[in-house]
Every structure is written in structure tokens, then in C-alpha cells.
Design a protein around this ligand. Structure first.
Ligand SMILES: [Zn+2]
Length: 209
């Protein structure tokens, strides 16, 4: 059973001091670093927007961050500008041992549609190629941690199940914009067959393998 660790968006803009900081987001970094040594394959996701991205409130006259609009038929929360391609904010924090990731999948590149999931855009129009990459590596189990729990982690985890992977959230390696929303979404994830675990339990799991 090939296992992969999927690191979601541990980028400067989602960390304290960043443009779209997730509260206590930095607490996921030591967990991520510890977990990377427990998995034979580590894959990282990177939010990677052009400056014209329509998920940014700044690209809509009269709109503010956290307003919701209809963007090409999909409800879209408008965000502060974040993870703009080739800017500091889009980079992984140097505290993260990101060189241990085998590959990086970037998302949110098309200015017309957002992409919370590492597998598909929010309209399921285009695949990022992550599924075929993982299937090519004979991966069956995906363990997920990172930021933000209630958005990119959640959507990535739900898509992992839809794509036929056994999906597990490493709970102490996740922080959310709204922890209550995250708890509701975790319950939904579990109803679909997703598992939750603490990083200490992952150590036991993989060492017995
Ligand atoms: Zn984004």
C-alpha cells in the first residue's frame, strides 16, 4: 500500500504576517517537517495565482475581501490578493523542509476560476494531473495536512476520496480560517469514508509497515 503525504499550501501568505494568514498556521510547520520523514513520497500543493485572478476582491470594483460573488456560475468568496506568482507570499516558508517534496502541483493559475482542491478547479473543468501522477506511482493512500483546513485541505481531501484514494487528515497538522466550519466539514469527510488521525498515530502506522 503506497502512501503519500500531501502538503497543502504551506506558503508565506497563509502564515502569520501573510496576506491571508490562517490563525496559528505556523503550528503546522513542525508537524509537516516531522511527517515528511515518515512517508516514501511527499507531494506539495502551491496556490499560484496571476495578479488578475478573479478570486481577488481587488479585481472587482466596489467589492471587499470576504464578500461572495457569482464567478462564472460558481459562488466565489473574494480574498485579499494572495499567493501571487513569483512573489514572496507565494513561496514556501524556509522553515518548511520543502526540498523533501518530490513534486509540486500548482493550482489557481486560471484567472477565471479558483481552485481549492489540489486535484481540480472549483468547477471540475480541469484536472491538475495529481490523480494520474499518484496512480502512476501506485499510491492508494493519501495523508493530508496544511492550510487552510476549511478550504484547500477540505476540498483536496474530498476529491481524494472521489478519485478513489483512501484519504486521511492529519488533524494536528491542520489549521483553519474558521475552525467551526472545519469541524463541520470534517464530519462530512468522515461520512464519505475519510479517516482522521493525529501525527503521533501516523508514526506508529508507518513504522509497522
Ligand atoms: Zn488562492
Amino acid at each position: 500500500m503506497m502512501k503519500t503525504l500531501l502538503l497543502v499550501d504551506i506558503q508565506k501568505d497563509f502564515l502569520p504576517g501573510g496576506a491571508l494568514a490562517v490563525p496559528q498556521g505556523d503550528e503546522v510547520i513542525p508537524v509537516a517537517n516531522r511527517m515528511m520523514d515518515q512517508f516514501p513520497l511527499v507531494v506539495a500543493l502551491q496556490d499560484w495565482h496571476p495578479p488578475s485572478h478573479k478570486s481577488f476582491a481587488s479585481n472587482h470594483t466596489g467589492k471587499n475581501p470576504f464578500d461572495t460573488i457569482n464567478l462564472n456560475g460558481i459562488d466565489q468568496i473574494l480574498w485579499p490578493d494572495h499567493c501571487v506568482q513569483k512573489t514572496q507570499g507565494a513561496e514556501y516558508t524556509p522553515q518548511l523542509d520543502s526540498h523533501k517534496a518530490e513534486v509540486i502541483f500548482r493550482k489557481g493559475i486560471d484567472p477565471e476560476i479558483d481552485s481549492y482542491s489540489g486535484f481540480y478547479d472549483n468547477g471540475y473543468q480541469k484536472s491538475t494531473g495529481l490523480t494520474s501522477y499518484l496512480k502512476g506511482k501506485k499510491v492508494q493512500e493519501v495523508y493530508i495536512l496544511g492550510l487552510a483546513g476549511d478550504f484547500c485541505v477540505y476540498f483536496t481531501a474530498m476529491d481524494a476520496i472521489k478519485e478513489g484514494f483512501q484519504a486521511t487528515l492529519i488533524m494536528d497538522g491542520i489549521r483553519s480560517i474558521n475552525p467551526e466550519d472545519f469541524n463541520r466539514k470534517v464530519a462530512e469527510f468522515q461520512e464519505k469514508g475519510g479517516q482522521i488521525i493525529q501525527s503521533s498515530e501516523v508514526d506508529e502506522n508507518t513504522s509497522s509497515n
